[in-house]
Ligand binder design. Structure first.
Ligand code: PMP
Length: 315
């Protein structure tokens, strides 16, 4: 039809005066998304800019796009767009050790459609923002809350895709946990509510002796680029790394628990609260988490030689 009504609302719930306009394209902030990725550019001590495994984000976007019936850019197109965006914004990459440039590739439907089906048109956008270190004043251990009411994803669904809709069930649980003083939520499987899934925006590992276990990726959790990298670093260091179903009781009996993700890197978990129990874990300098963290962050920021071909220098 000819006309549409557009009214904007602030996050405080204040609506502006709405108005009618001709039906047509509207300007949207790119932060209104569909499926997306997240990666970072780091500045090395000598000023060079490094990207960490952007080809893995490209492949993950392709797999997600396939699940959501979205056409996706090739790995080369994706990586090239990320490199160009990072290079064009190079003045925004913080000095070494002071943060990074977060880069967000976004693939969104941008054509008109009413029915249930793929959009007639898609737009691929890459944008970036400088971010500080996740831990502002030294590494602080996370305090996690095991969520039993809300679930993040169901078997057979699209929980393994980095789609904006997957973050919708997280918001309320996360805000409730934060208001109770927790740093993040640990999700359980939606069927038995006994097996570990992941946190709101990171994967989770459980350490017992020399064995490091992490939930297998069966379509309900996001297969983190950091997760895969940390698994490889841990195997190199002689740990036995196991992907399996991790029972919540095993989490409560672990020596250590840690989280991995582009935002947190590798983050120690100090406590976990499950029902009426609260358990404390090892987090000190000698912990497995801190050892893996120093190798990962060292490779990402160029202070440790990259023998694995994980970093790409772009200037
Ligand atoms: N799980 C979820 C739900 C996430 O949003 C993220 C962040 N992308 C991760 C895990 C960690 O993935 P990555 O290591 O690729 O950042």
């Amino acid at each position: 039809a000819d006309y549409m009504y557009v009214m904007k609302c602030s996050k405080d719930g204040e609506f502006t005066q709405g108005e009618l306009s001709r039906f047509g394209n509207i300007q949207l902030s790119p932060s209104a998304g569909a499926i997306y990725e997240g990666t970072k550019a780091y500045r090395k001590e000598n000023g060079k800019l490094l990207l960490f495994r952007p080809d893995h984000n490209a492949v993950r976007m392709q797999l997600g796009a396939e699940r959501m019936l979205i056409p996706s850019p090739s790995v080369d197109q994706f990586v090239d767009a990320v490199k160009q965006t990072a290079y064009a914004n190079k003045r925004w990459v913080p000095p070494s050790g002071k943060g990074s440039l977060y880069i967000r590739p976004l693939l969104m439907g941008s054509g008109p459609i009413l029915g249930l089906g793929p959009s007639p048109e898609y737009t691929f956008i890459v944008y970036a923002s400088p971010v500080g270190n996740y831990f502002k004043e030294g590494i602080a251990a996370l305090n996690l809350y095991v969520e039993e009411e809300y679930v993040r994803a169901a078997p057979g669904g699209a929980g393994g895709v980095k789609s904006i809709t997957n973050y919708a069930p997280v918001l309320k649980a996360l805000s409730r946990a934060k208001s109770r003083g927790f740093s993040d939520v640990l999700y359980l499987d939606s069927v038995k509510k006994k097996y570990l899934e992941e946190a709101s925006s990171c994967n989770v590992f459980v350490v017992k002796g020399r064995t490091i276990s992490t939930p297998a990726t069966n379509g309900t959790i996001l297969e983190g680029v950091t997760r895969k990298s940390v698994m490889e670093i841990a195997s190199d260091q002689g740990y036995e790394v196991v992907e399996k179903s991790v029972h919540v009781d095993e989490v409560m009996e672990a020596d250590e628990v840690f989280c991995t993700g582009t935002a947190v890197g590798v983050a120690p978990v100090g406590t976990i609260t499950y029902q009426d129990k609260r358990v404390e874990y090892e987090t000190g300098d000698e912990s497995v988490c801190q050892k893996l963290r120093s190798v990962l962050v060292g490779i990402q920021t160029g202070s440790i030689e990259d023998t694995k071909g994980w970093v790409t220098c772009i200037n």
